[in-house]
Design a protein around this ligand. Structure first.
Ligand SMILES: C[S@@+](CC[C@H](N)C(=O)[O-])C[C@H]1O[C@@H](n2cnc3c(N)ncnc32)[C@H](O)[C@@H]1O
Length: 209
């Protein structure tokens, strides 16, 4: 089994083993003391870890998280990582994201468009990891645009949602196209389907070229 980053453990909740991090609960998830359940069905990164992908995460990394939404996953990331920049462009989920940031002094919300990294380049430092979960067309372009923040030995952890590129096309064709586009700036190290946790999603681990 692949190793989990420091600060992420498998623990029992209601008799079932699950990933967990230590931090303030966010949406009524089951807890065990300081530990809170990390549900892979609600988190692409959680699903990548459950599927045994080699994310390269050791814990304590500096992270740029693209597509933070209301903060479900990025809250877990901030529980085990260092400074974590959370980009989300929709105002409504960003409101909930602010509440998630409250008790997490290492989590910085940015109400920005991930397709326009120049709008937050003055705030974000070089990072060890870019985690991307933006349900939008042009997911490879978003990753390529944000490669500038990634350290040379850093990692891109990307969840590709086929339906966001084209609802009508065969997901495998979409994945091939996204992977090919990524090659312009990344070397893809591993890919894996995120089923049964997320239909028609591909988990990708890549490093900058
Ligand atoms: C699937 S949800 C993310 C869920 C979140 N990552 C989690 O696991 O808690 C995708 C999010 O990406 C955001 N998004 C889509 N395009 C974006 C863009 N260009 N810039 C920033 N956020 C974007 C959407 O508003 C939405 O909140």
């Amino acid at each position: 089994m692949t190793s989990l980053p420091a600060g992420v453990e498998r623990r029992e909740f209601d008799g079932r083993e699950s990933l967990a991090t230590r931090g303030e609960p966010v949406s009524g998830e089951p807890t065990d003391g300081d530990w809170r359940r990390w549900d892979p069905r609600r988190s692409k990164l959680g699903a990548m870890l459950e599927r045994g992908m080699e994310t390269g995460l050791a814990g304590d990394e500096t992270v740029l998280y693209l597509g933070a939404a209301a903060g479900t996953t990025v809250s877990h990331v901030a529980d085990f990582a260092g400074p974590t920049y959370a980009v989300e462009f929709a105002a409504r989920p960003a409101r909930d994201l602010l509440a998630v940031c409250g008790p997490r002094p290492n989590l910085f919300p940015l109400l920005k468009d991930a397709r326009k990294p120049e709008t937050y380049a003055h705030v974000v430092e070089p990072v060890d990891v870019v985690i991307q979960d933006v349900a939008t067309r042009g997911q490879a372009r978003v990753a390529l645009a944000n490669r500038r923040f990634l350290r040379e030995d850093g990692r891109l952890l990307l969840a590709v949602k086929a339906r966001s590129e084209d609802v009508a096309r065969d997901p495998d064709e979409v994945f091939d196209e996204v992977l090919e586009a990524l090659e312009e700036g990344f070397e893809v190290l591993e890919t894996r389907s995120l089923e049964p946790y997320h239909d028609d999603h591909l988990g990708v681990v890549a490093r900058p070229r």
